[in-house]
Design a protein around this ligand. Structure first.
Ligand SMILES: [Zn+2]
Length: 237
């Protein structure tokens, strides 16, 4: 398989929440998009692994994914160890993505930031030929980090998801086991009644940064190249 985009996340629903609009937009543009969920989210306070995998399969259809799989690492147990990095690297070799989306490398939940860190190292390891891995070496061309869970980080760029917000909300709603019946403003997963307001207001915040209605934020480690300074998007004044 040769994917154009691969989102590597700790839990099913992380992709939908942090970069779902961007994933939908790329799938709509005809790109082959995949998701690699590292855990089944079995340690979450709501739902269970079987239920969450069923929900993830349903959400995959809404996102328009060409591929989705689960590595079944322990939830709330992502570690910076070689075995996990090689497992992810093996899947990168098999799926051969051009662009990889990772969670930002800092944050509140260790599973999230550790996925960002070991995901990066797995991308590197996948390109080394003398490792105990099957298949041809492969290194993604681009790694971008979704910063939606860490909104204090200033994004390198924002993707306009104005036309994709409704579908993003629909994909999030597939995870019905995660919704609390009561108002729960502490949980990252918004309460059902507040979904449009919570997800929409953050997306609005990032959209404003680039002068559109709704957006999703990303960071890159490297500097971007510009060849045409006459046709640059986003107004300065
Ligand atoms: Zn998560």
């Amino acid at each position: 398989m040769e994917l154009d985009v691969l989102s590597i996340v700790a839990h099913p629903d992380d992709t939908e929440l942090t970069c779902g609009g961007t994933i939908i937009k790329m799938a709509e543009a005809g790109y082959k998009v995949g998701v690699l969920d590292l855990t089944a989210g079995e340690s979450g306070s709501r739902g269970n692994a079987v239920l969450r995998e069923r929900e993830a399969a349903k959400a995959a259809k809404v996102l328009g994914l060409a591929h989705r799989e689960n590595l079944h690492l322990p939830d709330a147990g992502i570690e910076d160890n070689r075995a996990y990095k090689l497992k992810i690297a093996q899947r990168i070799r098999a799926l051969r993505p051009r662009t990889v989306i990772l969670p930002y490398w800092e944050g509140r939940h260790p599973d999230h930031y550790l996925t960002g860190r070991i995901g990066y190292e797995a991308c590197f390891l996948a390109g080394l030929s003398r490792l105990p891995l099957e298949g041809r070496p492969h290194r993604p061309h681009k790694i971008i980090y979704a910063t939606y869970y860490v909104p204090v980080v200033r994004p390198t760029f924002v993707v306009d998801i104005t036309a994709q917000l409704d579908k993003k909300l629909k994909a999030i709603l597939c995870y019905s086991s995660q919704f609390s019946p009561r108002k729960d403003t502490q949980n990252l997963f918004p309460a059902r009644g507040n979904l449009r307001e919570t997800v929409g207001s953050l997306a609005r915040h990032f959209g404003l940064m680039i002068g559109v209605r709704y957006g999703e934020p990303f960071v890159t480690r490297e500097v971007s190249q510009v060849d045409d300074i006459v046709n640059m998007p986003v107004k300065s004044v």
